[in-house]
Design a binder for this molecule. Structure first.
Ligand code: ZN
Ligand code: ZN
Length: 362
């Protein structure tokens, strides 16, 4: 496997040149990880034309060198990364104009930059590293594919244990236990388990509500492999599905299939969204599909590109995106089906493949 980091750093440097800055101060941890491999929870990174300097604290002395030492000079700072920054920056040749990540720098830290960094010119930049992260390389796709397969195995194990009488929080525990048993490094977001009328809330939190026969049960969860996430939703029913439940599920399943197989790199996020939305609209459920079709995934569960009515940008080749239409009837319940696809050269390549039929469980 080739090391992707030198190419990522080169691509970032080309962007910085175009923005006419001499260096970028990277403070968003997923961006630090993408560029250097460092996976710790506390770091600042400076990338200039010649240098890559990673500042972190003593907890990560061994880990930082092991993960990032091949591409970055690692400096371990016992007190304050910012104090250290003011010692590191003057030593970097040719650096007078410095970009910072305006979407990620806390106001308090921006104040430090203005107070203590007055000898440099600071330039706010947005999405410079995030834009690179939208196009996944082979190693990233492989990690997400593994996270997708892992999520499917965990769901199969968990559904075998789901029963009427369990609470939503207990089901979340069963699913999270299965994810861990299958090898997930963590949970990319708080697991959503929503039963009965709760399933009409697109982002419900698991409650103490007890599953009853005839409930819809919506599970939205993911796995993490090598830092990369999957994001999957299935909606099942406890016992036998009613005709209404089956009908609504079939509408969402068909809308999802159209978008999942029809989405292409180069298409706008809006046109991708319309692949599912038009079908749902035509069946009279347009008002009940309030959220967007999907989002990019990678080191984070929500990243670019966006697939929504407002997304005019073209989906970049190599992006990994979710396809997750849903229909929600307040007080009754909702159905969402979510899969992850890689927008490869031959069209959409599914990275999650758990069955999409309306499963009757318990
Ligand atoms: Zn999800
Ligand atoms: Zn999602």
């Amino acid at each position: 496997v080739t090391d992707a980091r030198p190419a990522r750093l080169a691509a970032l440097r080309a962007r910085l040149l175009a923005r006419e800055v001499d260096a970028l101060l990277v403070s968003a941890l997923p961006n630090v990880r993408y560029l250097t491999g460092f996976s710790g929870s506390h770091a600042l990174l400076v990338v200039s034309a010649r240098d890559v300097v990673l500042l972190t604290d003593v907890r990560y002395a061994t880990q930082a060198e092991a993960e990032a030492g091949a591409v970055a000079r690692v400096e371990i700072e016992p007190v304050s990364l910012w104090t250290r920054l003011w010692r590191v920056l003057p030593a970097l040749a040719g650096v007078t104009r410095v970009g910072f990540e305006s979407a990620h720098l806390a106001h308090r830290d921006a104040q430090r930059v203005l107070d203590q960094g007055a000898r440099w010119t600071w330039w706010p930049l947005v999405d410079e590293v995030e834009a690179l992260r939208e196009r996944k390389d082979a190693g990233e796709v492989a990690a997400i594919r593994a996270a997708g397969a892992l999520a499917g195995r965990a769901l199969a194990r968990a559904l075998a244990e789901v029963r009427v009488g369990l609470s939503e929080t207990a089901v979340a525990g069963i699913l999270e236990r299965a994810l861990r048993d299958e090898g997930s490094e963590g949970f990319p977001f708080p697991t959503i388990v929503a039963s009965g009328p709760q399933s009409a809330l697109p982002h419900a939190r698991p409650s103490r509500r007890v599953l009853a026969r005839g409930d819809l049960l919506l599970l939205d969860f993911g796995a993490v492999v090598d830092g990369y996430v999957s994001d999957v939703t299935r909606t099942v029913v406890l016992g036998a599905a009613s005709p209404e439940q089956a009908e609504l599920h079939a509408v969402v399943r068909e809308a999802q299939a159209r978008a999942r197989t029809g989405v292409r790199a180069g298409m706008s996020g809006r046109d991708a969204d319309a692949l599912a939305r038009r079908y749902i609209d035509d069946r009279g459920w347009g008002e009940a599909f309030g959220h967007s079709l999907g989002h990019g995934i990678g080191l984070e569960v929500h990243e670019g590109p966006r697939l929504s009515r407002a997304a005019e940008a073209a989906l970049p080749p190599g992006a990994v995106v979710t396809i997750e239409p849903g229909v929600y009837r307040p007080g009754w319940g909702g159905v969402r089906i979510e899969d992850d696809v890689w927008l490869g050269p031959d069209g959409p390549d599914p990275l999650t493949d758990f069955p999409r039929d309306l499963l009757e469980v318990g």
